[in-house]
Design a protein around this ligand. Structure first.
Ligand code: GUN
Ligand code: ZN
Length: 415
């Protein structure tokens, strides 16, 4: 049993910020009680100074692209050809993949991310390296083999039978083992034949509780190319029964109204990746239309098109994007940003009953943000008008340098 003292901010209800300046009692990794400090004996862990948030949830991030971060100035398809794919080819070498896996998991933890849906590699050995490193560190990851059978460099291509066999092997080793789960992951329907998407559907059906993830409607040239190849973009997945409540599609910057209705009907979530959308010039995310249609939305860093691992930065950029949309935008409060970065992500990944907020019964996945003394965030937090204002300042100025501690299942994995 551990008693943790601090200022805890979370959003068990969307849009409503909850604050506790007090104590959480954690047993076997689970919050079993919470309340004011005077209701508990002296705390074992003192996190006063700064704020404690639920561990951040990244619903879309690419493991093989850590070293590709910062490739600015290109639209999606050029960026893939020139930046992302050449780097991803290098993960064929197991030693290279192991080094990148270490950098990747470390990058997530340093940013305060405790749960992630990770786009793996096209190479099974590299996916194995990622799961191995995530398990060593203690991160909660859902990931899988990325598959494609057209358009990409030859060394990244597979075929439907091999995709199924390698996916099965990886899932047998990692799905439901510790904190790891498997995600069936066609790269995007532009790089997949109908037969390959069907093999993905077969694997998904075999795996109880597995997640499906891919990309959708990111860039107008990409959307037009998918239209030529498959017909509709959302339909390319839906026709193979790949969309359900355990499915997460990244981006969806350019959906039709009909596509939003299909996503809502299936319960499929969208990973909104705002720094990536800005960096690649993909467009401004139509959050208001997603909400109006009833589509679940969470946040993704989309490293390496996204500009870093911090979901605080993604939250701020999501806010900017909605501001820039004017009347078509959805104004976001600090509580909305925290919800998007935590509980909404947990819900998108089917983990909403375990993580995403710090209520009694939830796992103690948490990040302690305590800015270095004298830093601008430290200075402005001291004059915050209240919890909402403090949280706004955290999103405006916070980043990995402010992460003083990270916990998963009550175990401190950093700081
Ligand atoms: N679409 C297909 N692959 C990718 C990728 O690696 N990054 C992004 N942003 N979009 C993609
Ligand atoms: Zn992506």
């Amino acid at each position: 049993m551990t008693l943790v003292r601090g200022t805890f901010l979370d959003t068990p209800v969307a849009g409503e910020l909850r604050t506790l300046d007090g104590v959480l009692q954690v047993e076997d990794g689970v919050v079993v009680a919470r309340g004011p400090a005077q209701d508990f004996p002296a705390a074992d862990v003192d996190l006063r100074g700064g704020v404690v948030l639920p561990g951040l949830v990244d619903t879309h991030v690419h493991y093989p692209q850590v070293r590709a971060i910062g490739g600015l100035g290109m639209p999606l398809l050029d960026w893939l050809d020139r930046c992302a794919l050449p780097e991803e080819c290098k993960l064929a070498a197991p030693a290279y993949a192991a080094a990148v896996a270490t950098e990747f998991v470390d990058g997530l933890v340093r940013a305060g991310t405790t749960t992630a849906l990770v786009f793996g590699s096209h190479f099974a050995t590299a996916v194995d390296a990622l799961f191995t490193e995530a398990a060593r560190v203690g991160l909660r990851v859902t990931s899988g083999l990325v598959v494609s059978d057209r358009l990409l460099p030859a060394e990244l291509l597979t075929d439907p039978a091999r995709a199924l066999r390698e996916g099965r092997e990886l899932a047998a080793r990692w799905h439901g083992v510790g904190r790891s789960r498997y995600a069936v992951t066609p790269r995007f329907s532009l790089s997949c034949s109908a037969e390959l998407l069907e093999s993905c559907a077969a694997l998904l059906q075999e795996l109880d509780g597995a997640v499906f993830t891919s990309h959708v409607n990111e860039n107008l040239a990409e959307v037009a190319a998918v239209e030529q190849l498959h017909g509709g973009y959302v339909d390319s997945y839906d026709e193979r029964a790949l969309l359900g409540p355990r499915s997460v599609l990244a981006h969806d910057v350019h959906p039709t109204d009909g596509e939003l209705d299909v996503l809502a009907l299936r319960g499929t979530a969208v990973a909104h990746c705002p720094t990536s959308n800005a960096a690649l010039g993909s467009g401004l995310f139509p959050l208001r239309r997603h909400r109006a249609a009833g589509v679940r939305v969470a946040l993704g860093s989309d490293v390496g098109a996204g500009t870093g691992f911090s979901l605080l930065k993604e939250g701020l950029q999501a806010y900017f994007a909605q501001q820039l949309l004017g009347a078509e935008g959805l104004p976001l409060t600090p509580a909305d940003l925290l919800h998007l970065a935590t509980a909404a992500g947990a819900d998108a990944l089917g983990l909403g009953d375990q993580v995403g907020h710090l209520s009694v019964g939830m796992r103690f996945d948490a990040v302690w943000l305590r800015p270095p003394e004298g830093s601008t965030l430290d200075v402005v937090l001291r004059s915050a008008a209240g919890p909402d204002d403090a949280l706004a300042k955290v999103f405006a100025l916070g980043g990995p340098a402010d992460v003083a501690g990270v916990w998963v299942d009550g175990t401190r994995i950093r700081g």
